[in-house]
Write a protein that binds this ligand. Structure first.
Ligand SMILES: [Zn+2]
Ligand SMILES: [Zn+2]
Ligand SMILES: [Zn+2]
Ligand SMILES: [Zn+2]
Length: 340
């Protein structure tokens, strides 16, 4: 799928990432300074164009977009994407057969409830084996809560069921929670929770302490706030609401938010969230060469280290080479020795 571009005068000033063209080299340099192009950007599997957002890549491949008035897709890319592209993750596969195989993995399936109840555990006793084997890569857990209603009109959200799963979708902690004030609306249609479920349930405070201790993984909170220690990464759907109703405080750098699934069951919600997170984390972005990835320099463009004249002498490819992302890509979670 190699598209060999014909060399021309203007192409000397063409951005190697987003393909924007500039009459003058200094303008391209200026563009690079503020664009933060990097290997972590969504990229077309056919023409290799970098896009700012996942949705702009979708537009490039299909012409569909919610944000702009349907511009045309790039014809060559759209044609190939149509037969070999996954519309879930926008990856281009080698053949329509490979696409079929890939889609089975990529799709989020509903889960088997019989199996779920078999593996269900009501305690945190089972310390997972992976603890010791993967000390470098932080462990990731997915949290889901079910809320019942409190207060005179039943509109106050109170956590009544909580579920925590590990990366292999095993239930790690799953319990009913006894709210601190009386329940006025069980919201049974949505929660499936009844009076008897909460009678012997674990008190909220105890649940919060267990989850907190577990997530901190033996590291004191001050150390975690300094981005040290072995704390676990938390993923979830509507996590701020879940954490709030549990009364849990957890540092933002260990939380991966923007996952939306729209599923009701807390276990399925956890699983779907975890799968999405793993999909994002497994994005095969090449490791960037260059300055050591200390937390100081990691997410910073290093254009400041170069003189304007030196930059203007570089090829567009070389400029892209030294450009770095200005956001934290989840694929970095899977890189060894990271200090998240
Ligand atoms: Zn660009
Ligand atoms: Zn990445
Ligand atoms: Zn393309
Ligand atoms: Zn896919």
């Amino acid at each position: 799928m190699d598209i060999t571009a014909e060399p021309s005068e203007t192409q000397r000033n063409k951005c190697s990432a987003c393909f924007k063209q500039y009459n003058r080299k200094e303008h391209l340099v200026e563009h690079m300074r503020i664009s933060y192009h990097s290997v972590h950007e969504p990229k077309c599997g056919i023409c290799k164009k970098h896009c700012r957002y996942f949705e702009s890549l979708r537009e490039h491949l299909t012409g569909e977009s919610q944000t702009t008035k349907g511009s045309l897709p790039k014809i060559e890319c759209a044609r190939i994407f149509f037969v070999q592209g996954c519309n879930l993750c926008l990856t281009i596969l080698d053949s329509p057969y490979d696409l079929m195989v890939h889609r089975r993995m990529c799709q989020l399936s509903r889960l088997d409830h019989g199996l779920v109840s078999q593996v269900s555990r009501l305690s945190l006793q089972r310390e997972i084996e992976t603890c010791n084997t993967r000390t470098q890569v932080p462990q990731v857990f997915s949290l889901g809560c079910k809320m019942v209603g409190g207060g005179s009109d039943g509109s106050l959200d109170m956590c009544a069921r909580v579920c925590l799963i590990d990366e292999d979708e095993n239930i790690f902690f799953h319990t009913y929670v006894k709210p601190q004030i009386p329940v006025t609306n069980y919201r049974y249609d949505m929660t499936g929770i009844r009076v008897e479920h909460l009678k012997e349930a674990m008190p909220l405070k105890q649940v919060r302490n267990k989850i907190q201790d577990f997530l901190c993984n033996g590291s004191p909170m001050w150390k975690i706030r300094m981005k040290e220690g072995k704390a676990r990464i938390l993923v979830g759907h509507g996590l701020d609401r879940d954490l709030e109703c549990l009364g849990l405080e957890y540092p933002a750098h260990l939380i991966r938010y923007d996952i939306q699934t729209g599923i009701q069951d807390p276990y399925e919600d956890c699983v779907a969230t975890m799968r999405l997170y793993k999909r994002m984390r497994s994005q095969a972005h090449p490791t960037e060469e260059g300055p050591p990835s200390s937390s100081e320099t990691q997410h910073r463009n290093n254009f400041a280290a170069w003189k304007q004249k030196e930059l203007e002498k570089m090829t567009p490819d070389a400029l892209l080479e030294i450009s770095r992302s200005d956001y934290y890509c989840w694929c970095l979670d899977s890189k060894q020795g990271m200090d998240y």
